[in-house]
Design a protein around this ligand. Structure first.
Ligand SMILES: NC(=O)C1=CN([C@@H]2O[C@H](COP(=O)(O)OP(=O)(O)OC[C@H]3O[C@@H](n4cnc5c(N)ncnc54)[C@H](O)[C@@H]3O)[C@@H](O)[C@H]2O)[C@@H](O)CC1
Length: 324
């Protein structure tokens, strides 16, 4: 009989296929399928993609804001006086070809309005927020390496839960650079959903245990999970636990407070959808967001394994499409 109940709050994880399914259910987005065809779609909240991206993007910008002071104090050779405010902080926003790249574009717009100095690397332009950034005269970088070296902070929105296989050009070069820059000084790096290049559903292997050319040598300083952590978030948490037990790498105490931090964003789930994916059951505690915040620091939260696919009927349904 156990004597003391463990009260550590818990977040349930979602595997890639579950996250894609949930995304589709939020939007009722399967082309050609009538709402009557599926009870899930009849109940869908019918979000449209730009709404979800806006919420994801503002959560990204908020987490960058939380981490910015640490980035400046801890990792720059000649620390900037943080009383100067965000205007001195250069944030490189690396945007991939999918919806996560769209989150990054939205985040860059919010960062601009918050007073930061964002620069965007977006080698496959196309989504609407791109034109908004052009209108705001936010600079676009063509050379990732020099923009990286000129920044205090990197927002990694290259790939999220739909990444798979070996990385293809033109994204291979930035991922190789991130993999090779394992030590400070380097920009404080915030990844979204999955550290780019990592296998989404692998929760066990961490950067310390992989070969020199393995993408998991790239260990971001902070991770923002959207809607729910993916198994890669558990690998991120485990990798930072190992890093801490080895005594870190010399960065300042202030920066260390946020290095290895895990955040949750994406406030768009109803109780019905949360319950359907096991995000609202006895093992998964209540949502951690406070007040108007679009992000919550969940570093101290435990991560529970994703439910088996059959638990919410995923196995019986076709894989959803996702925007390219
Ligand atoms: N419900 C949610 O949680 C929401 C998630 N959003 C974001 O959307 C992301 C998922 O978006 P997507 O499904 O578009 O997927 P991703 O943004 O993960 O990327 C898919 C794109 O990457 C390409 N790609 C995949 N593997 C590759 C490889 N090995 N080399 C080169 N290119 C590769 C694909 O061709 C596709 O263009 C999430 O991670 C999250 O950031 C938000 O935009 C909206 C709401």
């Amino acid at each position: 009989m156990s004597s003391t109940a463990d009260t550590t709050p818990t977040l349930r994880m979602l595997r890639a296929a579950q996250a894609q399914q949930l995304d589709a259910e939020l939007m009722a987005a399967r082309p050609g399928e009538s709402a009557e065809a599926s009870p899930d779609h009849a109940l869908s909240p019918h979000y449209v993609l730009p709404q979800l991206m806006e919420l994801a993007g503002i959560a990204c910008a908020e987490v960058v804001g939380h981490c910015a002071a640490a980035a400046v104090r801890g990792l720059v050779d000649d620390p900037v006086d943080d009383r100067a405010g965000p205007a001195v902080i250069r944030v490189l926003v690396a945007c991939g070809p999918g919806n996560q790249g769209g989150d990054g574009l939205v985040a860059a717009r919010h960062l601009h309005h918050m007073g930061f100095r964002p620069t965007v690397w977006y080698p496959k332009p196309g989504r609407n927020p791109y034109f908004q950034l052009r209108d705001l005269e936010v600079p676009f970088a063509t050379d990732f390496a020099s923009a990286y070296d000129a920044s205090e902070l990197l927002l990694d929105t290259l790939f999220g839960f739909s990444f798979s296989g070996a990385v293809r050009a033109p994204f291979d070069q930035p991922l190789a650079l991130l993999r090779d820059r394992t030590r400070a000084p380097r920009p404080f790096t915030v990844s979204v959903d999955v550290p780019s290049g990592w296998p989404v559903d692998d929760g066990d292997v961490g950067p310390a245990d992989v070969d020199a050319d393995d993408p998991r040598r790239f260990l971001p300083d902070a991770l923002l999970s959207l809607t729910a952590p993916k198994p890669a978030a558990a690998a991120f948490v485990a990798a930072w636990a190992r890093q801490r037990s080895r005594g870190g790498d010399g960065a300042s105490a202030q920066a260390d407070g946020l290095r290895g931090s895990h955040w949750l964003g994406g406030r768009f789930l109803s109780r019905r959808l949360a319950r359907a994916y096991g995000l609202d059951d006895a093992a998964a505690s209540a949502v951690p967001f406070a007040g108007a915040s679009q992000s919550a620091n969940v570093t101290a939260w435990r991560l529970a394994p994703a439910l088996p696919a059959s638990a919410h009927g995923l196995a019986e349904r076709a894989a959803p499409p996702h925007a390219q």
